[in-house]
Design a binder for this molecule. Sequence first.
Ligand SMILES: [Zn+2]
Length: 164
Amino acid sequence: MTDGDQIRRRMQRLVARVTRRDAYGTLLAAGQVIKRVEDVGDPAVWRDEIRRQARADRIKVRTGMTNGIVWALLHYVGATDARHAQSTRYMRALSRVIPEVQTRRHEPNVILRDGDEALFRCERCDAFGYLDSSEERLIVGGELFEADCPHDGPPRTTALTFLA
Ligand SMILES: [Zn+2]
């Protein structure tokens, strides 16, 4: 199996895992879930359903609706050191890998992030990138990191290049 195959397989697994989750599953895994109102049907029903499942699990949530967006947030009680460490690892990994993407003139954005794994895509070409920041030795791959953007001219700043 080539490295490229392995990265593609990791991308597919990440997408499959995240798309299998319903809104409540996403809330539990990511601490938040945000949807466009037009994508959930009736936002009141959506919020009731999340609150119902949370009550059954004795989990505190906040839900709301703002500017066409409906959202739910876990209301954390106490420490979330593991999540904080994960976030630190991820940000550190981004600052290591994103400069290469900029050198290749891509305009990367995050399509999916789940735990230590993330899937990126260039906004002006179809290049994808994958990152697993769970280990000190990062697993990074995809055209975003390995091929130049076919578009000439300097890339615009994206949220991701701004953060990194
Ligand atoms: Zn590109």
